[in-house]
Design a protein around this ligand. Sequence first.
Ligand SMILES: Nc1ncnc2c1ncn2[C@@H]1O[C@H](COP(=O)(O)OP(=O)(O)OP(=O)(O)O)[C@@H](O)[C@H]1O
Ligand SMILES: [Mg+2]
Length: 453
Amino acid sequence: MHAESQKVGWLEGILEAIHDGILVIDRNGIVQLINDEYTSITGVKKEQIIGKPLLDVRPGAMLPYVLQDGKPQAGVFRKENTREYVVDMAPIYINQEIIGAVSVCKSIPEVYQLTKELKKSKMRISELEKTFGRMHQAKYTFSNIIGNNDRLLMMIAQAKKAAASDLNILLSGESGTGKELFAQAIHNESNRRSYPFVPVNCAAIPSSLLESELFGYEEGSFTNSKRDGKVGLFELANQGTLFLDEIGDMPLDLQAKLLRVLQEGAFRKIGGLEEQKVDVRVIAATNKDLLGMVQKDRFREDLFYRINTVHLSIPPLRQRKDDIPDIIAFLLNEQKSIPDARIEQEAMNTLQQYDWPGNIRELKNTIYYAISMCEGNEVKFEHLPDTIKKLFVQKAKPFQPLEVLMKETEKKAIIKVLEQTGSSVKGKKEAANLLGISLASLYNKITRLNIQQ
Ligand SMILES: Nc1ncnc2c1ncn2[C@@H]1O[C@H](COP(=O)(O)OP(=O)(O)OP(=O)(O)O)[C@@H](O)[C@H]1O
Ligand SMILES: [Mg+2]
């Protein structure tokens, strides 16, 4: 008896802990148990119903029929006055004999509210996915890769072939050779083009944070982590391409986790129990000698072979100097504010002789700098950055025609004097006096030497 009442106590405790309304009848249809939630959903109080035949107190109740035919019913809609709820009903068996039946009800407003919230959340997720997709679009295609050098053309052909496959790719090359440009072009050429292209720079993110950036974490995994957890870049890149830049800087323990994703197509969030499937193509890039790092145990050999399935090594600019004129022409042509921008032969010769340790990025910056330095639309030797000029000045200067040197000297002198006198008419008169020429002749030179005022 004592054990029996203890059991009832347990059962009641359990019933009260459940968020749904519960009603239990015995085999004779007499109500044995209800919980508080049942009362709040239906408005029926315990003292009105316990110990009474259900059909007497709740005419139209269907639970007694479940008792008769032994078949469970799900999602039955009930409406009484203003109260609406959904009921699931099931017989209770002991030793294959029906000893009663249970009804579980959820109030409609709650179900309805949850459905509405779910719908809203789904809409928000799909909006965010679209925004994210837009934010993570690769800008460049193969048409943006300039150059006709044989080695470069071969690389482009290989990259196009690799794009059509779904293999992982390793891009190697010095800084500024165009690794990211190739990665984007490959993504845009592949079947994944309408999905995200997500770049991660493994060297720019502190190694302690890289794992959570890549894989995300579950709610409350760290004391300071965001309450709701974090979605990792692998998950965000799903169906698209993850560009792992500077992969040589990835810590060894993380390399092991990366290898697992590449092998299994699944990963586990930090603090997560379940494996999550992802479908991501990895393009990795490095300017380091990864094989050398493997030999020094600083890069995992198994990972190296995983990402090295296709290896594209982009040649440095100094090994394809024949592309320099084309790239410069492209960059000059891009200058919408200076129509017909040109470069003089001497400056071009210098740029073709230079070794370009920073490759195309350095060439790009050099041209932008020179354009900002020149007054007209022609880039000249004098407009190049000092670092480059210094290397060539002894070689270049003696071969300058006298006429060019004289013009340059004239131009410099006029600019200097005008700086002093100002370029108003009065200032120009004074400048002409100082220079010992007539005002008309000064005007003439200002136009001819293309002096900006
Ligand atoms: N063949 C090319 N034609 C036109 N622009 C190029 C070419 N190669 C590179 N660039 C441009 O040069 C710049 C550097 O390229 P990118 O960022 O792809 O180099 P990277 O190899 O990733 O360099 P890093 O190792 O420093 O990250 C970019 O602005 C890119 O658009
Ligand atoms: Mg890069």
